[in-house]
Design a protein around this ligand. Structure first.
Ligand code: 13P
Length: 250
């Protein structure tokens, strides 16, 4: 039985004070929650947020990182730095990284391996654009992103990897995939994982859905058999709406 995992991706939002207030507000509402929960603030607030949450059940993640260990990479952050300030997770290959910043599967794969080597648990994001969906390429795109993102990841590291299916056309648009659309793609991702690592290993991997998840639609999506949690953007910026989604997780 997979334990659900809900993460809030704050993207490029909040001030320092807002970040602390939001993190504390979420932590305060987690009593009795059985699933894993994380918040992913902007880099500059990670240290303060992680300090404030230290010892509690609410984990912290980065939104990105670079794969090199250290050196002349102006503007970049390493896996070791994220670990050093108390991160457990890191989001990699988010569609905004892929489509705004031009990240490709090979780079994302290098990041996944560097995160695992540094002791961070990656959340590997995959998902098709609207034109790919309209062109019936969804399953092929998601298969490629999953296979290439995990290239060279050993079977013993797989349980530390979370996949996140985020259809690009559903992110920040208010349009979300129907529960059936989400389930279809999640099942496909699990099929790809089974082909790579075997059925038992695939059955243990958590696959989050992301894209306009809100308190109003969370229960329906999270009830799908292969949906094991959510990666939440806009609705993660208010403690009460994020907590309502957390409570909808099975
Ligand atoms: P929204 O929930 O704002 O659509 O964002 C989803 C997302 O990109 C989470 O990583």
């Amino acid at each position: 039985m997979r334990k659900s995992f809900v993460a809030g991706n704050w993207k490029m939002n909040t001030t320092a004070q807002e970040a602390l207030n939001l993190a504390r507000g979420v932590a305060a509402g987690l009593g009795g929650v059985a699933c894993d929960v994380a918040v992913c603030p902007p880099f500059v607030y990670l240290d303060a947020v992680a300090r404030t949450l230290k010892g509690g059940p609410l984990a912290v993640g980065g939104q990105n990182m670079y794969f090199e260990g250290k050196g002349a990479f102006t503007g970049e952050i390493s896996a070791a730095m994220l670990k050093d300030v108390g991160c457990r997770y890191v989001i990699l290959g988010h569609s905004e990284r892929r489509h705004i910043f031009g990240e490709q599967d090979a780079l994302i794969n290098a990041k996944v391996k560097a995160a695992l080597a540094a002791g961070l648990d990656p959340i590997l994001c995959v998902g098709e654009t609207l034109s790919e969906r309209d062109g019936n390429q969804t399953l092929g795109v998601v298969e490629r992103q999953t296979r290439e993102g995990l290239q060279g990841v050993a079977a013993d590291a797989l349980p530390r990897v979370t996949l996140a299916y985020e259809p690009v056309w559903a992110i920040g648009t208010g349009r979300n995939a129907t529960p059936a659309q989400a389930q279809e793609v999640h099942a496909e991702i699990r099929k790809v994982l089974a082909a790579l690592y075997g059925r038992n290993a695939a059955d243990a991997v958590r696959i989050q859905y992301g894209g306009s998840v809100k308190p109003e639609n969370a229960s329906e999506i999270l009830a799908q058999p292969d949906v094991d949690g959510a990666l939440v953007g806009g609705a993660a910026l208010k403690a009460d709406s994020f907590l309502a989604i957390v409570k909808a997780a099975k």
